[in-house]
Design a binder for this molecule. Structure first.
Ligand code: ZN
Length: 86
């Protein structure tokens, strides 16, 4: 886990307000996870109002993947249905 020193500093007052507002905004939304295509680890959490693309580095295998949030969501659903049919 040790990759050298990470400099951590408290966010500015303005940024703290944004963080608090974001927490409030997601508190009423469902959270989903986009799974890393390589190791199936939960690579990134998305919310109901997440649109477009996100890029995330998997904390487990370290690979960086760009996700199209909406289409990858559908992909997961299809896969689940296929598993049920078998
Ligand atoms: Zn991974």
């Amino acid at each position: 886990m040790s990759k050298g020193m990470v400099r951590v500093q408290e966010p500015s007052e303005e940024m703290m307000q944004k963080i608090i507002r974001a927490r409030i905004a997601i508190s009423t939304q469902k959270q989903r996870f986009l799974l890393c295509p390589y190791c199936k680890h939960k690579a990134v959490a998305v919310f109901e109002d997440t649109r477009g693309h996100v890029e995330a580095k998997c904390s487990k295998c370290g690979r960086t993947t760009a996700f199209d949030v909406l289409s990858m969501r559908r992909l997961r659903l299809n896969r689940r249905y296929r598993i049920i049919e078998k």
